[in-house]
Design a protein around this ligand. Structure first.
Ligand code: ADE
Length: 250
């Protein structure tokens, strides 16, 4: 999977991309992340990437020319054949489903906006998609691009090593993941649940599923509407709801 990231702050992104799992995935050639400095595509003496907005009002707007030049020169013949994503708080909301969708492509371009905004012609005529990582406004798209690279890269076969890990993720089946414990079995008097020490794989799997359902019910009940649930899951949820009702009526 190839990522082309267009940014004014390539150095800021570099450290994260070369650490840990993403760094190893790049060394193994499973992903390639190319950072393109938008400023390298300016043509004036001052290397200007922003300007005042037409119509007045404060703030600065990113100019279209360096952005078009950067994307067109990097993508070449792949222009029009791959997603060009503009990171913006006005985009569609990023979630695990969007990560899975983006992971189907072999190449992905991500444009990081800065300043107050990006010239509208970039949105209309260069970007093919607009994505937001949440309903809040950042000072730029760099963190959003890193989040997308990270979430998409770990879906690529081989990046995590353990292929089961992706399947068990929170959100993978539409549910939050069960709790995890490691050694020591007793820490400051807090014990690891007995079932996890039992060695009984069927009991452990059942406990984890129930925890997963319970967590989702309590923290993100909205997810249950679209989660992959079988009859056993529905019975557990009914039971949990019944117990809660009994509890609150006491
Ligand atoms: N740039 C600024 N805020 C953003 C957000 N919430 N998502 C994506 N890009 C952004």
């Amino acid at each position: 999977m190839n990522f082309d990231v267009f940014t004014l702050l390539p150095d800021v992104m570099q450290a994260y991309l070369h650490a840990s799992i993403l760094g190893k995935a790049q060394e193994a050639g499973l992903i390639h992340v190319k950072l393109h400095n938008i400023r390298d595509f300016t043509t004036d003496r001052h290397r200007t990437t922003d300007d005042e907005p037409y119509g007045g009002g404060g703030g600065m707007v990113m100019k279209p020319e360096p952005l078009f030049a950067a994307v067109e020169s990097a993508l070449g013949d792949d222009m029009g054949k791959m997603p060009v994503v503009l990171l913006t708080p006005q985009g569609r909301l990023f979630d695990q489903g969007v990560a899975r969708e983006l992971a189907q492509h072999t190449r992905l371009a991500l444009i990081c906006g800065r300043y107050e905004g990006v010239d509208e012609r970039v949105r209309c005529h260069l970007a093919t998609d607009e994505i937001s990582i949440g309903d809040y406004v950042l000072t730029g798209g760099e963190l959003a691009a890193l989040i997308i690279v990270d979430a998409v890269a770990r879906l690529i076969t081989g990046v995590l090593g353990d292929t089961q890990a992706v399947k068990k993720d929170s959100h993978a089946s539409g549910l939050l993941e069960h709790p995890h414990y490691t050694r020591p079995a007793s820490f400051r008097g807090w014990e690891v649940p007995e079932v996890l020490l039992s060695g009984d794989h069927a009991r452990i799997a059942a406990w984890r599923r129930e925890q997963s359902l319970q967590r989702t019910l309590h923290r993100r009940p909205d997810l249950l509407e679209h989660a992959e649930l079988d009859e056993a899951d529905r019975n557990i949820l009914d039971q949990l709801l019944k117990e809660e009702r009994n509890h609150s009526s006491r």
